[in-house]
Design a protein around this ligand. Structure first.
Ligand code: SAH
Length: 514
């Protein structure tokens, strides 16, 4: 029988990017994932599709699984030889009962590895703009549970002693008892004027922070209707929140950015955005449906191998992928392209070729069909040109090539259609206008999103609209959108950069903080 293994993995406080490299590696190899309510759902997408996913979410009141049941489940899967990831919010050993789970596994003889995580007490607080220490005002901090009732005589936390024993106090699970905890700290000698803050759902798109003093924080949190999970922080470091809140430090920080590319293509953009502190919201507006006419592909492959085409022209990374797959299926391979010259519309297409070991002979200075047509015009007169592409793609390029005297053969490979089954939750968020920026990387994402939203893009009205290039921007304008950002160069990096610059220029004047 195979020996199982359990990884107790810290998922970090909310932003899925806060998981460790080891934690991600464990997730990507898991057979079973047992996850917490506080662990980011996005991380589940990193597990193999065939993995068993179990929600152990314990939201107060409706226990999905008891702690004993969770321990038993871990042991059971471990003994059955499974690779189990126990995914926990924050760090597994900080108030997460990870210790109990590890002990149960040790007792049962199931191998276990603990992969630490970013605890909300430190990383979540940072996301809320509060450094847990600062040389001038805090040389120590204490993380404490607020779960126990300070008004009970036998409560475990000695608030009075804590009040003067440490600089920064971070209370977890304390939102329901803000008043009594604040009161107990004041009773213990901490001045009522000590800065205090509550940070709800730190490092997620729903993050909210409220700051005040020990005397006022309870009332302020109630007025703001702060909910769980939340951190309660007390100490002079809280005063930094005004100048260190991520949104005041970086233009994209905290911004919810709608991405409409295919899931497979979204990851580089999502990653670039996360690095800026933004929250990508994925609503793929295209699904690639491969539609290859095998006979046509075989004819093109044979002609290509025979040196019939002076040029093969690629207008997207998807076309490169689809064409090389079709070529392979037709019995050819990269060598079939040995007797043709290759043109690519832009950097992403060039990169896709590169990944397959192919070099583009021509890339226009601007990544649009018109520019590619102009650049190719001088080369193609009287030649046969192969153009593998999507069904219903724009006519600008083939028209320009034909006008230049080329014999253009289009090979249709796929259809870029709106997805049949978009994720309901994200769709609702988009319909509700719950995002700050919408990014478009192709005209079909604009058209398809409009179709998905019932022809009405008005929920995009308040967001910053960023397009990868002028053609996409034109399509967006045709749909009634006011385009704020047109990237230059027309690449993913260019799009992120141009959006950053736009938001930076638009930032409110810095208020003087003393
Ligand atoms: N192991 C976790 C803590 C589990 S206890 C960690 O290391 O962070 C659960 C408490 O953590 C919540 O009641 C809340 O106080 C805090 N918490 C966890 N994630 C949070 C988040 N994203 N924002 C604010 N508080 C959070």
């Amino acid at each position: 029988m195979t020996l199982g293994h359990v990884w107790l993995v810290g998922a970090g406080p909310g932003d899925p990017g806060f998981i460790t490299v080891n934690g991600l590696a464990a997730l990507r190899r898991a057979d079973v994932v047992i996850y917490d309510r506080l662990a980011s759902r996005d991380l589940l997408d990193e597990t193999p599709t065939e993995a068993i996913r179990i929600d152990a979410g314990k939201s107060a009141g409706d226990h999905t699984l008891t702690q004993d049941e969770i321990n038993a489940l871990l042991v059971e899967y471990g003994l059955a030889g499974r690779r189990v990831v126990r995914l926990k919010g924050g760090d597994p050993y900080v108030f997460g009962r990870g210790g109990e789970e590890a002990l149960a596994l040790a007792e049962a003889g199931v191998p276990c590895t603990v992969i630490p995580g970013v605890t909300s007490a430190i990383g979540g607080l940072a996301a809320g703009g509060i450094p847990v220490t600062h040389r001038a005002v805090a040389t120590s901090f204490t993380v404490v549970t607020g779960h126990e009732d300070p008004t009970k005589p036998h409560e475990g936390v000695d608030w009075a002693r804590l009040a003067g024993a440490t600089d920064t106090i971070v209370v977890l699970m304390g939102t329901a008892r803000l008043d009594s905890i604040a009161h107990a700290l004041i009773e213990g000698g901490r001045p009522a004027t000590t800065p205090a803050a509550v940070v709800q759902e730190a490092s997620t798109p729903r993050q909210r922070a409220v700051t005040g003093t020990l005397a006022t924080i309870g009332e302020l949190a109630r007025t703001a209707q702060i909910g769980t999970p939340a951190l309660f922080a007390v100490g002079d470091v809280v005063a930094f929140q005004r100048s260190l809140a991520p949104a005041t430090l970086a233009p994209l920080a905290g911004k919810r950015v709608l991405i409409t590319r295919t899931r497979a293509q979204a990851s580089t953009l999502a990653e670039a955005l996360r690095l800026e502190g933004a929250h990508p919201l994925l609503l793929p507006a295209i699904e690639l449906d491969r539609r290859v006419d095998a006979a046509a592909a075989a004819r093109a492959a044979a002609a290509l191998g025979g040196g019939a085409y002076a040029w093969t022209v690629f207008t997207s990374a998807n076309a490169v992928e689809a064409f090389l797959d079709a070529l392979f299926a037709a019995g050819g391979d990269a060598r079939s392209l040995g007797r043709t010259r290759i043109a690519a519309i832009g950097a992403a297409t060039e990169r896709a070729l590169h990944m397959r070991g192919l070099r583009a002979d021509l890339v226009p200075s601007e990544a649009i069909g018109e520019a590619l047509g102009t650049a190719l015009a001088v080369h193609v007169s009287g030649s046969r040109v192969l153009l593998p592409r999507a069904e219903g793609a724009r006519d600008a390029l083939p028209s320009a090539l034909r006008a230049a005297g080329a014999d253009v053969e289009e090979l249709t490979l796929y259809l870029a259609a709106p997805p049949a089954d978009p994720p309901a939750e994200v769709l609702a968020a988009v319909q509700g206008g719950q995002f700050d920026v919408a990014m478009f990387t192709s005209s079909s994402t604009v058209t398809n999103l409009a179709a998905m939203l019932g022809g009405d893009l008005s929920t995009l009205g308040n967001a910053v609209i960023a397009c990868i290039g002028p053609i996409v921007a034109g399509t967006a304008r045709e749909h009634g959108l006011r385009v704020d950002v047109v990237a230059e160069p027309h690449t993913i990096e260019g799009l992120v950069e141009a959006t950053r610059a736009f938001l930076h220029a638009r930032r409110p004047a810095r208020t003087e903080v003393r």
